[in-house]
Design a binder for this molecule. Structure first.
Ligand SMILES: [Zn+2]
Length: 350
């Protein structure tokens, strides 16, 4: 919990580019801001054959020598392996891939004290532009603070080509802000410092995505850009707040608790979306319209659709508050088994 009147630093990306085929200009974009000749490109095994050549060709056009490496797992041991391989003279770490690659890239860049260039190939969560990273073996199940990505290059054509489930996951992570902002305001009332601007930014992203769901799920360029801009705005909200606070409340605690029980087999955006339904109900807000509209858009709104046994859902809700006891939310000091069953039944979660 951050007390009132504590100074904090706001670090924002120097450039954010969103649009069709912008990946082809990566060399030109980076050359505007970074000197040096070597750069490290991290990518995933499935993404490497698709886009790695486009990226390296553009970098070479601008005089860079790219060193490409593959990220296999979202673990701290993977960062340690890469630490022994990334050239010390590298000017930047470029993460070309999904959430796992970006998280590993952010932590590697942080440890090497080098700028991180975020090039997402899917819009599955709000880590695209955030100063937060989540890795196995790092700090329990929640994220840690790293540097804000220096440059973000989000190619809407590539993201529209990603599996649709990933895009739906990204929508879920944005809609989760409907409850995280309620927890932020609750924490404010208890004396925690969270800037109003960061809360409003997170809330606005959720409203924009909710009001444009049909366009986003059609995967039109405008729809994808709306989602991308919302995910990036959430990263900026975290950079302004100095923590993940405005974007991560009780619904994320529930999601992380469910991750522990299901071994992270479900997309992050889907577990926090279930949590959002519960949190809205606990806050006394209208969850019905929210749930109906999200369901209509094709988002999973109950545990059955995700193949999660009801017993896991109940158990997750009873220990979610223990994930981050330093962070007050509507879960308070915990939800009793009886209350958990009641609220899960009420919001038709199982
Ligand atoms: Zn999230």
């Amino acid at each position: 919990m951050v007390p009132l009147n504590t100074p904090h630093t706001i670090r924002l990306p120097v450039e954010v580019i969103v649009g069709k085929n912008v990946i082809e200009y990566i060399g030109k974009i980076i050359a505007k801001h970074l000197e040096g000749d070597e750069v490290t490109v991290l990518t995933g095994p499935n993404i490497r054959p698709l886009y790695s050549n486009t990226v390296t060709a553009s970098l070479m056009d601008y005089g860079y020598k790219p060193h490409v490496d593959t990220v296999y797992s979202p673990k701290i041991s993977e960062v340690e392996r890469l630490l022994t391989q990334a050239p010390f003279s590298t000017s930047a770490i470029i993460g070309l891939g999904g959430g796992k690659v970006l998280d590993v890239g952010k932590v590697l860049a942080y440890k090497l004290k080098k700028p991180f260039v975020s090039v997402p190939t899917s819009a599955s969560h709000d880590g695209i532009a955030s100063p937060q990273a989540s890795l196995e073996g790092l700090n329990g199940s929640h994220s840690i603070r790293v540097d804000t990505p220096f440059i973000v290059i989000a190619d809407s054509y590539i993201i529209a080509s990603a599996p649709k489930q990933l895009t739906l996951g990204g929508i879920g992570d944005v809609l989760a802000k409907f409850s995280s902002v309620l927890d932020s305001r609750l924490a404010q009332s208890l004396g925690e410092y969270i800037g109003d601007y960061s809360i409003s930014l997170a809330e606005m992203s959720a409203k924009l995505v909710f009001n444009n769901l049909a366009q986003i799920i059609s995967l039109s360029d405008n729809g994808i850009r709306t989602l991308l801009e919302a995910l990036i705005s959430n990263g900026i909200a975290m950079a302004i707040a100095g923590s993940s606070r405005p974007c991560s409340g009780s619904e994320h605690l529930f999601g992380h608790a469910l991750d522990l029980l299901t071994s992270k087999t479900i997309l992050h955006g889907f577990t926090v979306l279930l949590g959002t339904k519960i949190s809205l109900a606990l806050h006394g807000e209208d969850w019905v319209e929210f749930s109906e509209k999200a369901l209509e858009a094709g988002l999973p709104m109950n545990a059955r659709q995700l193949g999660v046994p009801p017993v896991y859902v109940v158990r997750a809700l009873t220990f979610a508050h223990k994930i981050r006891p330093d962070r007050p939310t509507i879960l308070g000091n915990g939800i009793t088994l009886e209350k958990a069953r009641k609220v899960i039944d009420e919001v038709k979660l199982v």
